[in-house]
Write a protein of this length. Structure first.
Length: 380
């Protein structure tokens, strides 16, 4: 904190020099300024001793970030006769995130996250921005209000590419979320006004969600971590992937659907001795959409479903290996019908990640796709 004071003094002196280049010729004026400066220094030191520093609020702000650079090669082999295969390669800055978290007391905080993804979110997108209210240890309730990812799905993965469950179900909206949590349970619910409405309905807050997660207490079984959860959303068409499939009206907005179709998600994850890991998740619609309401490349999407299963092993030297099986149903060419893959990764330095994955995918129409992706990431 003394550095802050000394820096303030330095700026003050430089201001005097540049504002009054002839001040040294007026001794009486110079003495007055020096005396005033001495008093100001005493006030700063006193304020530091009594309150901790004039810039105490810096201690309550956390800045974080994530950089991900990816290089990849893909080979697409269509099943239809007469169509030529395609090969592609790329190097991209896949993710650039900057987050700011502020907590000025134990019960009120704010979170802002800026996101830039090459060829996707250009220019910079405000990915998240919400206010948090938290309760006490005796009453551990919380509230989030603002733009956030609603708690529908878990999407845990050891792979570089996003799992199909995330592509299908991840939902970001301006919402209000309330919850209760302790060492074993985390229960939350909330609502929002989504982008895909019922045809002819008024523009109201009609979408809601709820989730419940359970974690095995640490002292029950040694070296075993186990958690599971379920979640529900009343309109899965509001997810980032499905909302883009809804027809557009003359204003370029989603035309809507005849009836809201809910979505269900369930997941389980386990680890043993922090070296063997297993995750499994399912995300899907609970009913059918009407013909034409969701279309991808002129193919109707009726009741989309997806699932992901992964097993990984991390050595004591922090080198990891993982295998994956993913699948979908009724997703057309939006997502492959089946996918198998493997990944190898390590952390060569603190907060740094280096990994390579291979995926083999097949679509409902028997098209095939092979992808190799390498990623270098740094988190701070």
């Amino acid at each position: 904190m003394k550095k802050v004071i000394y820096f303030t003094i330095f700026l003050y002196i430089m201001g005097l020099l540049f504002a009054c280049p002839g001040w040294s010729l007026h001794e009486k004026s110079a003495e007055t300024r020096i005396e005033a400066l001495s008093k100001r220094i005493e006030q700063l030191e006193k304020q530091t001793d009594e309150t901790g520093a004039p810039f105490w609020w810096f201690d309550n702000i956390t800045i974080s970030g994530l950089l991900e650079v990816e290089a990849g090669y893909g080979k697409f082999d269509p099943d239809a006769s007469g169509e030529a295969g395609e090969e592609s390669s790329y190097i991209v800055l896949a993710t650039c995130e900057l987050g700011i978290d502020a907590e000025f007391n134990n019960h009120v905080g704010g979170h802002v996250l800026f996101l830039w993804e090459e060829d996707d979110t250009e220019p910079v997108d405000l990915d998240e921005g919400f206010i948090s209210l938290t309760g006490t240890d005796q009453i551990p309730v919380y509230l989030h209000a603002g733009k956030l990812y609603v708690p529908f799905g878990n999407y845990e993965s050891f792979f570089i590419s996003d799992p199909f469950t995330l592509e299908l179900g991840e939902t970001r909206q301006s919402a209000i979320l309330v919850g209760y949590h302790n060492d074993v349970f985390n229960i939350s619910a909330g609502g929002f006004n989504g982008d895909v409405d019922e045809i002819g309905a008024k523009n109201h807050i009609e979408s809601f969600f709820g989730s419940a997660e359970w974690s095995l207490p640490e002292d029950i079984i040694n070296d075993l971590n186990l958690s599971a959860g379920i979640s529900y959303i009343s309109n899965i068409a509001d997810s980032g992937g499905l909302s883009e499939m809804n027809d557009l009206d003359e204003n370029g907005d989603p035309a809507g659907i005849s009836d809201y179709v809910g979505g269900f998600s369930g997941h389980i994850s386990a680890s043993f001795k922090d070296s063997i890991f297993c995750v499994a998740e399912y995300v899907g619609a609970v009913n059918d959409f009407e013909d034409g309401e969701l279309q991808f490349e002129d193919v109707n999407i009726k009741q989309p479903k997806s699932w992901n299963v992964e097993i990984a092993y991390i050595t004591p030297s922090d080198i990891g290996f993982g295998i994956q099986y993913e699948g979908t149903d009724d997703c057309g060419k939006f997502l492959p019908e089946t996918s198998y893959g493997g990944v190898v990764f390590c952390h060569p330095f603190e907060n740094a990640y280096l990994g390579v994955e291979y995926l083999y995918q097949e679509y409902e129409n028997n098209d095939k796709n092979e992808v190799v992706t390498a990623q270098l990431a740094y988190e701070f």
